[in-house]
Design a protein around this ligand. Structure first.
Ligand SMILES: [Zn+2]
Length: 627
C-alpha cells in the first residue's frame, strides 16, 4: 500500500487505501482525474496483481437529493433514466436508463464530470421494460445494510489478504449433495488454508431432511467455519439452501455473477412464500434472504478474484441460464486448478452463447451429467422447435388448451421467443398466450442484464432498443382473480410456474386442464425424480394436490401428456463428451456429478474409455483428495 501511495501522482488526490472484500479500494478526492487517467489504476493493478477499484472520499459525496439533482441536469432526456440507486457502502450511484447508449462517451456523456459534480462514483445499467421488484429489493437491502456492509468488506479483506499459515498444499473435495443424484448441489473444497463451498442447493423432490439438504453435518463443518460460498447459478437446486446458512451462523461472502443475485432472491422469496401457503417446512425466512443479499459480492465473467489466501476464483459463461457460470478455482501458487461446470450448455441456444471451454489451466474437472447416458442425444434446435410447434398445433386446432409448466428463469424466456417467432410466421396456430408466476419479473431481469445474453440478443436490446420478449400475443395474468380469460372456452397456451408442478400457480391450471381429454400438458424441462411433474410424465393417471386448508384433492389426468426433448439448458451426452475433450490443457481427473446414478456411472466410464483420463462418479458423503 505504501508503494501505491508513493508512486501515484499527487493530483489523484488519494486519501486512503482500504480493503473492500476481495478488492483494494483507493479513496480519492479527485475521481475525475483517475477516470480520465485510467492508466494510473491499470499500472497499480499490473504491479499488485489484485483487483483495484477507485472510491470517492466520503467528505466529497453530495447528499443524495443534491447529487440526484446534479445528475438530472447532466443526463440527457433521450437516455430515459428511470431510477437512481444510491449505494452508501461503496459510494456508488447506479443510473437505470432505457437507452444506456445515450450515456456513453461517444454520445457525449462524461462519467468523469458526473463523478466530479456529485462526488459519487457513477455506473449505468439498462432499465428493464417493467420495473423489477427483485432488482429494487437488492438495492434496498444493500442500502439498509450500508454500515454493516462497510465493516464486512473491511474485515473480509483482512482475512482474504492475510499471510498464509502453512507452506504445504493439499486439496480435498467433499461431496455434500448432487452426487449420483440431481438436486441439493453442494461440494466443499478444503485446502491447507481455506474451506470454500461451491453451490448450496435443495433437493426439490426429497421426502426427508437427510436427502433434501447438503450434508454439512457429515462433513463436520459448521457454517461459521467457511471462508466463502460460491454460487454457480440461480436455480433452487444450486442455491435454495443458501439463506439457511446465514440463519445458522454463516456471515461470510457469497460470490455470484451480477444477474444471479436478483434472480436468486426472486426464487428464494418465492420458495418461502410457497412453503408458507402450503404449510410446508420453512427452513428460513425473508430476513435470512436479506442477510444473504447484504453479504453478496457480484463478479462479472472472466475476472480473477482472490477469495482466500490461497484461492483465486474466476466465473465464465456456462450457457445454462442468465448469469450461469462455470467456477474456476486456482489454488496455491499454481498448485492445482479445479473447474466445476455447474449446469452448462455446450451448444448455442436462442438465449446464450455456448459454455466457455478454454481455461488457462485445469487439472480437476467436475462435470454435471443430467443427460450423461449414451441415449441422451438431443435433436438439433430447429427440429426441437418444430416438434414443439407440432405438439401445440394439434391441440389448438381442436380447440384445446396447452399448459406448459415452466421454470421462470431461462426456459420461459426461450419459449417466449419461440412462440412469438413461429406465430408471427404463421407456422404455429395463432392463439392467446397467458403467463403467470414470476415469468415477467424474471424476463425484466434478462432485459436489464442483457450483457449476459447471446451476442444477437444483446445487440437487439442494447443497440436497437428492442425488447425481444414482448409480443402482441402475450397476456400476463397478474393475479389469480384475472384467470377468467385464460380459462374461457377456446384454444390457448398457458405458461405457468413452477416447472415441475411443485407448487406455484401452475397447480391451479393443472387442476383445471388435466381432467379434459382435449387438452395437453407439455413439459419442456427436466423433471426430477420424486416431483409431481415426474409422476405425471411417467403416466400417473391421478395426482393428489393439497389445497390451502391442507386437504388433499385428487385430480384425474385425462389430457395428453408430452415432453419435448431438447429445449434443455443442459448439455446432452455428445455435448458433454465434446466439452470434456476440448478442455485444455490435459486433465488429470474428472469427477462426474449432478445426474441420476446410472448416468453418472455411464458418463464416467465413457470419459475414461474415450480420453484415457481417470474419471469417477462418487456418491454423496465421500472425500476425495485431488492434490
Ligand atoms: Zn440449473
Amino acid at each position: 500500500m505504501s508503494a501505491i501511495l508513493n508512486n501515484i501522482p499527487a493530483e489523484a488526490g488519494i486519501t486512503r487505501i482500504e480493503y473492500e472484500g476481495p478488492r483494494i479500494a483507493l479513496y480519492t478526492r479527485n475521481p475525475a482525474f483517475l477516470h480520465k487517467n485510467s492508466y494510473v489504476v491499470s499500472e497499480i493493478v499490473n504491479s499488485l496483481k489484485k483487483r483495484v477499484v477507485t472510491r470517492t472520499e466520503k467528505a466529497i459525496r453530495k447528499p443524495e437529493n443534491e447529487a440526484r439533482q446534479a445528475l438530472e441536469k447532466l443526463v440527457p432526456p433521450e437516455a430515459g433514466a428511470t431510477s437512481y440507486f444510491f449505494d452508501d457502502a461503496l459510494g456508488e450511484i447506479t443510473i437505470e436508463a432505457a437507452t444506456p447508449k445515450a450515456l456513453s462517451q461517444e454520445a457525449g456523456f462524461d462519467l468523469g464530470t458526473a463523478m466530479e459534480q456529485t462526488g459519487w462514483k457513477v455506473k449505468v445499467r439498462k432499465a428493464p421494460h417493467i420495473p423489477s421488484t427483485a432488482i429494487q429489493n437488492v438495492y434496498y437491502a444493500w442500502k439498509a445494510g450500508s454500515e454493516t456492509r462497510e465493516r464486512f468488506y473491511r474485515d473480509l479483506g483482512e482475512s482474504i489478504f492475510r499471510p498464509r499459515l502453512t507452506s504445504t498444499e493439499h486439496v480435498t473435495i467433499k461431496t455434500l449433495g448432487a452426487f449420483q443424484e440431481v438436486g441439493r448441489s453442494c461440494l466443499l473444497v478444503e485446502t491447507s488454508e481455506s474451506k470454500v463451498l461451491l453451490d448450496c442447493g435443495i433437493h426439490p423432490g426429497a421426502r426427508n431432511a437427510w436427502d433434501a439438504y447438503p450434508r454439512l453435518d457429515w462433513a463436520d463443518v459448521s457454517p461459521a467455519d467457511l471462508d466463502a460460498i460460491v454460487i454457480s447459478h440461480a436455480h433452487l437446486d444450486h442455491m435454495g439452501f443458501l439463506p439457511a446458512m446465514f440463519k445458522y451462523g454463516y456471515d461470510g461472502p457469497v460470490y455470484c455473477t451480477e444477474p444471479t443475485l436478483p434472480l436468486m432472491t426472486l426464487l428464494q422469496s418465492d420458495f418461502v412464500k410457497i412453503a408458507q401457503i402450503e404449510g410446508g417446512r420453512l427452513i428460513y425466512d425473508q430476513k435470512d434472504i436479506r442477510d444473504t443479499v447484504q453479504h453478496a459480492i457480484t463478479l462479472p465473467y472472466s475476472t480473477v478474484t482472490d477469495i482466500s489466501p490461497d484461492i483465486k476464483l474466476v466465473f465464465n459463461n456456462a450457457g445454462h441460464i442468465l448469469g450461469s457460470a462455470t467456477i474456476h478455482l486456482h489454488i496455491g501458487e499454481g498448485a492445482h486448478n479445479i473447474v466445476y461446470t455447474g449446469d452448462y450448455k455446450y451448444g448455442r441456444t436462442q438465449l446464450f452463447d455456448s459454455a466457455t471451454w478454454n481455461y488457462p489451466r485445469v487439472e480437476t474437472l467436475i462435470t454435471e451429467s443430467t443427460y450423461g447416458a449414451k441415449e441422451d442425444i438431443m435433436p438439433v434446435r430447429e427440429e426441437v422447435e418444430m416438434n414443439f410447434v407440432n405438439a401445440i398445433n394439434e391441440i389448438l386446432r381442436t380447440g384445446g388448451k396447452v399448459l406448459i409448466p415452466i421454470p421462470a428463469v431461462g426456459r420461459a424466456q426461450e419459449i417466449l421467443l419461440v412462440l412469438d417467432q413461429y406465430m408471427r410466421n404463421k407456422v404455429l396456430v395463432e392463439a392467446p398466450v397467458f403467463m403467470e408466476g414470476m415469468i415477467s419479473e424474471a424476463t425484466a431481469i434478462h432485459v436489464s442484464y442483457a450483457d449476459y445474453l447471446s451476442r444477437e440478443l444483446r445487440a437487439k436490446i442494447l443497440e436497437e432498443g428492442v425488447n425481444p420478449f414482448a409480443s402482441e400475443y402475450f397476456t400476463e395474468v397478474e393475479h389469480p382473480s384475472n384467470r377468467e380469460e385464460a380459462f374461457r372456452e377456446g384454444p390457448a397456451i398457458i405458461l405457468a410456474t413452477s416447472g415441475m408442478l411443485e407448487g406455484g400457480p401452475v397447480l391451479d391450471y393443472f387442476e383445471n386442464i388435466a381432467p379434459m381429454e382435449k387438452n395437453k400438458i407439455l413439459f419442456v424441462s427436466y423433471q426430477v425424480q420424486g416431483t409431481l411433474g415426474r409422476r405425471v410424465l411417467d403416466g400417473s393417471s391421478q395426482a393428489s394436490l393439497m389445497d390451502e386448508s391442507g386437504k388433499i384433492k385428487i385430480v384425474d389426468v385425462n389430457c395428453a401428456v408430452q415432453k419435448i426433448e431438447g429445449f434443455s439448458g443442459h448439455s446432452d451426452y455428445n455435448q458433454i463428451i465434446r466439452f470434456v475433450g476440448k478442455v485444455r490443457p490435459k486433465l488429470q481427473q474428472v469427477l462426474v456429478n449432478h445426474g441420476e446414478k446410472r448416468k453418472t456411472e455411464n458418463l464416467a466410464y465413457a470419459i475414461q474409455r474415450i480420453y484415457r483420463v481417470p474419471a469417477i462418479h462418487p456418491a454423496v458423503q465421500e472425500a476425495i483428495r485431488v492434490y
